[in-house]
Design a protein around this ligand. Sequence first.
Ligand SMILES: *[C@@H]1O[C@H](CO)[C@@H](O)[C@H](O)[C@H]1NC(C)=O
Ligand SMILES: *[C@@H]1O[C@H](CO)[C@@H](O)[C@H](O)[C@H]1NC(C)=O
Length: 242
Amino acid sequence: MKFKGIIPVLLVLVSPLLYADIVSYIATQQSYLENWFINENIIVLRNQSLIKCSLQCGILDECMSISYHKGSKECIGVTIGYIVQPTSLGYTSVGWSYYLVLDERCPDVTGYVFDKAFNSCYKVHLYDNTLRYDNYSQICESEGAKLMKIDSDEKQQHIVTFLDQFDISNWIYFQGTHLLSEPTWRYDDGSVISYFNWYSSQPDSTTSDTSEYLCMRKSDQYQWHDCWKSMKGAFICELQLI
Ligand SMILES: *[C@@H]1O[C@H](CO)[C@@H](O)[C@H](O)[C@H]1NC(C)=O
Ligand SMILES: *[C@@H]1O[C@H](CO)[C@@H](O)[C@H](O)[C@H]1NC(C)=O
């Protein structure tokens, strides 16, 4: 089930001029979380209709999804977009449904979530042995996205919280590469990367290939390594909204 809620956001720019900007959000039901109550990372919202519930979530920066009880109209905001159901997340409770709240400009592809703080739609693709590094950005592009840019500590912390629900033991790739002949790390558009979150002892250039790529893994608290193309992994696609 999918429905759209139109949220008019009023912005006072230059008094006394009043500009109205329209942002619209889509709530998509996640059927694997039917009859499941979430009791972590929650924000208690007003008890109200499903549409109002998703609109209220839609205007809160920290709210990425909602848990809603049809009978009592109870409305709970959740600060993470859940894609899988970790057993620690809650418990069976009849009547509760779970919805991701997405900006309508996000890719219409299963697995994307939307975070308002970074104005970013993103999705994790799990490890697939048939894919190589070159496929990762191709796949993101086929979804209208790119490999994710992690360019601040806040974004790193945010994505770590999201990644923890999957329990990925493989390398996880995101955007960033450098030529062994040049120490500067760059995003895909050639701009220079200035935020890093290196694991101790990293980066540790080797001569196995002509380029290295940013990656991280859970066993190193998601701190970063310089990986080679031959090290296959999971990857994160992102559509940055403007
Ligand atoms: C919503 O309804 C439930 C159950 O009827 C009640 O326990 C809770 O306090 C209400 N929450 C709010 C924010 O009104
Ligand atoms: C992976 O990349 C190779 C080489 O570019 C291409 O032939 C293949 O179709 C890609 N696979 C997928 C699943 O995109």
